[in-house]
Design a protein around this ligand. Structure first.
Ligand code: SAM
Length: 240
């Protein structure tokens, strides 16, 4: 294959992900608000709080898309700090970069694969990936890369859909498998992308599995916080 090592299934996943995000880019923010009832904003605020990022800090936003996190980090680090927005998808990256520009920042935006980060080792204070790891084909490689580029003392934050608590499950299944694709069709005329979203959430490792994967990548003191009954979890790990 042209990736050298990718199987047909892996290539299919990568091109499906590319197709989904080219297709939703312009309506992505609206859909996020509608489908999470605005909750994604609270989940992201929690992630920022857990980042430990201060004035002058260096932050890498992997799979940063429309730059929700980058924007908040840019405010936090101030003019002496550095925030780099990255995404594999040019449509999403353009939306994010324009948003940072419109907010008065002079963004560094780089199109790159989270599995192969074009940054030096031991450089960032914090690396985040919000709702992006799920889309990556080789999650172990991506986590190793995030570990590599943080400084000793730095942290990796993974904000991602996770496994909901048992009592919430029937309601959640109804919402994500039945309602979500219908909303995707009504609002974005794109049922397939939102069906992919529901399926990719089901396939994603649960809280404990992801914690173990982060430890396997080298991260230490890994812990996670369940948000909204485990609909989402924030995982945090350090390089010591
Ligand atoms: N982080 C943003 C947020 O929280 O709103 C965007 C999340 S969006 C659901 C997922 C993003 O992951 C998309 O912009 C997509 O292009 C990006 N993505 C998918 N696979 C990727 C990869 N291998 N490397 C980097 N970004 C990737």
């Amino acid at each position: 294959t042209h990736f050298g090592f990718a199987t047909v299934a892996e290539e299919e996943k990568a091109s499906k992900v590319a197709e989904v995000f080219h297709s939703v880019a312009s309506r992505y923010d609206l859909m996020n608000d509608v489908m999470s009832g605005g909750l994604h904003r609270l989940w992201k605020i929690f992630a920022i709080e857990q980042s430990g990022v201060r004035t002058g800090g260096k932050v890498l936003d992997v799979a940063g898309g429309s730059a929700d996190l980058s924007l908040q980090f840019a405010k936090k680090v101030g003019p002496t700090g550095q925030v780099i927005l990255t995404d594999i998808n040019s449509s999403m990256l353009t939306v994010g970069r324009d948003r940072l520009l419109d907010a008065g920042y002079n963004p560094t935006a780089a199109q790159c694969d989270g599995e192969k980060l074009p940054f030096p080792s031991n450089y960032f204070d914090c690396v985040t990936v919000a709702f992006g790891l799920r889309n990556m084909t080789h999650k172990d490689a991506a986590l190793k890369e995030m570990y590599r580029v943080i400084k000793p003392g730095g942290r990796v934050l993974v904000l991602e859909f996770s496994k909901v608590a048992a009592p919430l499950r029937p309601l959640y299944d109804l919402y994500s498998f039945k309602l979500l694709p219908v909303m995707g069709k009504l609002i974005a005329n794109d049922e397939a992308s939102y069906r992919y979203l529901a399926e990719s959430i089901r396939m994603h490792p649960d809280q404990e599995t992801l914690k173990q994967m982060m430890e396997d990548a080298g991260l230490e003191r890994v812990e996670y916080f369940n948000l909204t009954g485990g609909v989402v979890a924030l995982h945090k790990g350090f390089k010591l």
